[in-house]
Design a protein around this ligand. Structure first.
Ligand code: IPM
Ligand code: MN
Length: 353
């Protein structure tokens, strides 16, 4: 296949993990005979500094013309600590999602056997947990009407029926391909928007008779997720709830640095780690590149290149088994590998396979 990939490395640890992910894509392309071309583009704080816009038109154009976007992270403390900043790096990420119509964010939560002990949760509780959170990504409070003054402020949790239907369709289809269990997470006992979600889900469920569909309030779901994570197969939820629940999900895997994601919809799909830009670690070569590398696996799988995805996953597992790990997941007394060294080890594994 021919792939044109837009590389948006962004801020903080973004460029470091991006470089490792790109090298893995190159190694896979070489092994499987794909032609891949990369085009880098600015986003986030780096883009604000360069051109005053966190998602410049030129970047948008490069994304539109690509087959996939390989995204890393945006965010910079100089904006976090300034509530009156007019433009923020995160707006670049939101603009990208909106402009590319990426309404479905697929966030798998898995455990790695050798990392069970890294989770703050008990091993026996999380062993075998394997679910996917499908987060609606272009609606809800993130994009609804907002007002902000010194005296009052609001964000509107706005959803239309078509927006709900299309994300639920994605969720039901994922459930069909997996263990056929869908949990619709909402707050229908309080929120009107959630009641519409639940109503639409109840109307659609009969079209998927093989899927067991259940409904759970988000407060309960957040508890169930850590008390009994194996309960879940596919969960689907609105933008804000999905944002919160997937950070919680990373505690099951043991590190934020392990979870990849895919954002899909009407435009070019984006593959990105769920973690942020970790500015404190910038340039230190300590960030875990695995979430980014696993995002590359999701990229290939999206294009039906299953063997390519599988080899990346095999290489990642092999690196963990060989204790080639970044500091936050290294075993006690184990040698500490940097971002680059972990990436290089994985590339070598792929080349020698
Ligand atoms: C995520 C991030 C973003 C979000 C931020 C950086 C705007 O936390 O991708 O989960 O809230 O969606
Ligand atoms: Mn988040």
């Amino acid at each position: 296949m021919n792939f044109k990939i837009a590389v948006l490395a962004g801020d903080g640890i973004g460029p470091e993990i991006s470089a490792q992910g790109v090298d893995v894509i190159k190694a896979i392309a070489k092994k499987f005979g794909h032609e891949v071309s990369f085009q880098s583009a600015l986003c986030g704080a780096a883009a604000i500094d360069a051109v005053g816009d966190p998602f410049p038109d030129e970047t948008f154009k490069i994304c539109q013309e690509a087959d996939a976007v390989f995204f890393s992270a945006v965010g910079d403390p100089k904006f976090d600590n300034n509530p009156s900043a007019k433009v923020r790096p995160e707006q670049g990420l939101l603009a990208m999602r909106k402009k590319l119509g990426l309404f479905a964010n697929i966030r798998p939560v898995e455990t790695f056997k050798c990392l069970l002990h890294k989770s703050p949760l008990k091993d026996e509780l999380i062993e075998g947990a394997d679910f996917i959170c499908i987060r609606e990504l272009t609606g809800g409070m993130y994009f609804g009407e907002k007002y902000e003054s010194d005296e009052k402020a609001y964000d509107t949790n706005f959803y239309t029926r078509p927006e709900i239907e299309r994300i639920l369709k994605v969720a039901f289809e994922y459930a069909m391909k997996r263990r056929k269990h869908l949990t619709v997470v909402d707050k229908a006992n309080v929120l009107a928007s959630s009641r519409l979600w639940r109503k639409v889900a109840q109307e659609m469920a009969p079209q998927y008779p093989e899927v067991t569909t259940d409904y759970m309030y988000v407060d309960n779901a957040s508890m169930r997720m850590i008390a009994e994570p194996r309960f879940f197969d596919v969960m689907v939820t609105e933008n804000t709830f999905g944002d919160i629940l997937t950070d919680e999900g990373s505690c099951i895997s043991g590190s934020m640095g392990l979870l990849p994601s895919a954002s899909t919809g009407t435009g070019t799909p984006v593959f990105e780690p769920i973690h942020g830009s970790w500015p404190q670690a910038k340039g230190l070569n300590i960030a875990n590149p695995l979430a980014q590398i696993l995002s590359a696996a999701m990229l290939f799988e999206y294009f039906d290149c299953k063997a390519e995805g599988a080899l990346i996953r095999e290489a990642v597992n092999a690196s963990l088994d060989a204790n080639v790990r970044t500091p936050e997941i290294q075993v006690e007394g184990g040698e500490k590998y940097g971002t680059r060294e972990v990436g290089e080890w994985i590339v070598k594994y792929i080349e020698e396979k």
